[in-house]
Design a protein around this ligand. Structure first.
Ligand SMILES: NC(=O)c1ccc[n+]([C@@H]2O[C@H](COP(=O)([O-])OP(=O)(O)OC[C@H]3O[C@@H](n4cnc5c(N)ncnc54)[C@H](O)[C@@H]3O)[C@@H](O)[C@H]2O)c1
Length: 421
């Protein structure tokens, strides 16, 4: 049996190596020729134990952009993007494109495993009709499962090998084939779902859970600002309850390819089915408001300090959407910078993980240049060193991730403001 992993990004590259570790005959296919050339040279921005050990162990890797090679495979694991368009509508074009590549170039009798995050109904209403149109018959010409990936880039405890999975099949036979494969591929439990749409919805529910809970604490942070309590302290207090409370933390905004994107797949599909899930839309709205809310707070404090936003030197610390990674997809820093520039601030960025966005060679130079600092990403380098290196050329530190001890800045005569504290 030969596996082809289609789409070699944050999800596809680890699963490619996991298949190699497990002794499968596997190759990786991607339409991005540059990415393939880089992967052949062992170059990738994707960090983690599995890709690192994979590149270290396997000197011979099989990465290709040649579509004609798809006919070699018996199993296709599809890991392509599922973004939203400018109107926040789901964009299925990559899933459709990858499926069509399998139909046009693949081998009949194959197992197709979709790992991309999609709303319930996508396999039955978008993917299956593509096979129907090509006269491929389910259980004869193809088998189809959805087995959503849950990887959390940067998480050292959980990677593709030890994260449990849920799997749903288009038919019972598809499910059996998919279950057999994933049971050999992954070391963690695989839960069989009663339908493919239940598997699709599971992943969306997980990410929407994060979105609504973060919206809740972002809303609480705004309340804390008007009633003058420290929301971080309050959440830490609530988290001492040993049951029925799970802490989530407010912040300057949500980024990445999943949490600010996936809920729209559920929202739009629900609307399509005649139900407007207002609670989910409102959560998106609250979370999307955080960059503007934060810049508003910065401007308020600058005004109090007698400094107009115009021409103030504002340093953005961190451009990636989360700590200690270089992924900048949907990063809230982009929106923060846009709003600051609209308000005529003099904005510069420093992110040690994204050198092409950084306008300084090191943290000290960046801090020395600035008058106001906005922490967008809590990279370890910032958490460990900003309190030591910052001097009182900086008049305001805005802690967009609530990671600093306020007193350390106050002692230096620097105004500190966090999110809801
Ligand atoms: N990034 C995460 O943390 C994460 C976690 C769990 C699930 N997911 C989901 O997994 C899916 C993939 O996400 P990702 O982060 O790996 O995306 P990515 O952008 O890192 O990688 C996707 C890859 O697919 C390639 N591609 C696009 N169309 C293709 C086609 N027709 N044929 C072959 N290759 C094609 C792209 O060139 C790219 O290299 C998405 O649905 C995402 O929501 C992502």
């Amino acid at each position: 049996m030969k596996i082809c992993v289609i789409g070699l990004g944050y999800v596809g590259l680890p699963i490619y190596f996991q298949a190699k570790f497990k002794g499968f005959d596997v190759f990786g296919f991607d339409v991005n020729k540059k990415k393939i050339e880089e992967l052949k040279d062992g170059i990738t921005e994707i960090k983690g134990r599995i890709p690192e050990q994979g590149f270290a162990k396997f000197k011979e890797n099989d990465f290709t952009f040649d579509v004609t090679r798809l006919k070699e495979a018996d199993v296709y694991i599809i890991c392509v993007p599922t973004p939203i368009d400018e109107f926040k509508n789901p964009d299925y074009s990559f899933v459709i494109g990858a499926t069509q590549l399998v139909i046009d170039n693949g081998k009949k009798g194959c197992l197709v495993c979709e790992e991309s995050t999609v709303n319930p109904g996508t396999m039955e209403e978008i993917v299956m009709p593509l096979f129907d149109k090509a006269n491929w018959i389910v259980d004869k010409d193809y088998h189809l499962v959805h087995c959503p990936e849950r990887i959390d880039p940067g998480n050292e405890n959980y990677e593709v090998d030890n994260i449990p999975r849920c799997i749903g099949g288009l038919t019972e036979k598809s499910l059996e084939k998919g279950y057999e494969l994933y049971s050999k591929l992954i070391d963690a439990p695989i839960k069989k779902m009663s339908s493919i749409r239940a598997a699709e919805m599971t992943k969306i529910v997980e990410n929407t859970f994060r979105d609504v809970n973060i919206a809740y604490v972002n809303q609480l942070a705004k309340i804390a600002d008007v009633i003058d309590v420290d929301i971080k302290e309050v959440i830490e207090g609530a988290a001492t309850k040993p049951y029925a409370f799970m802490p989530h933390w407010p912040g300057i905004g949500i980024g990445g390819h999943c949490i600010p994107v996936d809920p729209y797949y559920l929202i739009e599909y629900s609307k399509h089915k005649g139900l407007d899930p207002k609670f989910l839309s409102l959560s998106r709205e609250v979370n999307d408001s955080m960059p503007k809310y934060s810049v508003g707070k910065v401007q308020e404090i600058l005004n109090e300090l007698g400094k107009p936003m115009k021409d103030t030197k504002v340093l953005i610390l961190g451009y990636s959407y989360k700590a200690n990674v270089s992924d900048e997809r949907e990063t809230p820093a982009k929106e923060v910078i846009k709003i600051l520039k609209e308000r005529l601030a003099d904005v510069k960025v420093y992110d040690p993980f994204i050198l092409n966005k950084s306008e300084f060679n090191n943290l000290q130079d960046a801090l020395n240049w600035s008058e106001a600092v906005i922490l967008c990403t809590a990279h370890n380098e910032f958490v460990d060193n900003v309190p030591k290196l910052i001097k009182n050329n900086v008049i305001l530190l805005f802690d967009g991730r609530n990671v600093f001890d306020k007193e350390l800045f106050v002692k230096k005569g620097i105004r500190y403001k966090g999110i809801g504290r």
